[in-house]
Design a protein around this ligand. Sequence first.
Ligand SMILES: *[C@@H]1O[C@H](CO)[C@@H](O)[C@H](O)[C@H]1NC(C)=O
Length: 228
Amino acid sequence: MPQFNTLWVYFLMVLNPVVTNTITEDIDVLVFLPQNNSYLFSHARVAPAILYAQTRLQKDVQFSGFHFNIHFENSDCANDAMLLLVERSCGQMPDLILGPVCEYEAAALVRLASHWNIPVISAGALALAFGNKLGEYSHLTRIAPSYVKMAETFTAMFEHFTWRSALLVYEDDKQERNCYFTLEGVYHHMTDFNIQIYPFSPEDRLDPEDILHHIYDTEGTDTEEDIY
Ligand SMILES: *[C@@H]1O[C@H](CO)[C@@H](O)[C@H](O)[C@H]1NC(C)=O
């Protein structure tokens, strides 16, 4: 049905203004990546992918009207991102923010960005609290599976093997707290199971005997109070 197809394409072109290439728009993108290369998501590792995406979008006829102006800023997994956003926004607010990844840094930045209606796309911010889309994190889109997804996987494993209880052993550095946030998702999602926690600080050597004592002491008791 060649006639039908031609009509259909014409119809789509009328409906979809992007195809007709009449839209031109500058989009300011602010990207937060750490210069410190000890992070997996450092500037040296991630920036090439973002610049590649920018080039590809420029070549794509469908998006050639959009000009993504990319501006990189350092992030330090603390307050840098939020403070830099405030400083920059005194001039002109960005249209889109990519990053930051670290939980605390993302939290401060996303609250501000959501208040100012700036969308944020992050490969991090995986903690439980970011799942609330109605409040202060409304403008956050996460592109990696969150810790709650990991908890769902654990739940499926526990059900499959009919496991009932677990001891969550994690290092709490009291700074970025990645291990804490990882297991927080599990702890809160698996309330139907007997889940105990055993945090230890990076300065302490992990003591297997103490862990065993902890297990013996709590075995057979599964009231809430025993967990703390
Ligand atoms: C880079 O990050 C690591 C891990 O957080 C830290 O130990 C190190 O001191 C940092 N390096 C610099 C130059 O800030």
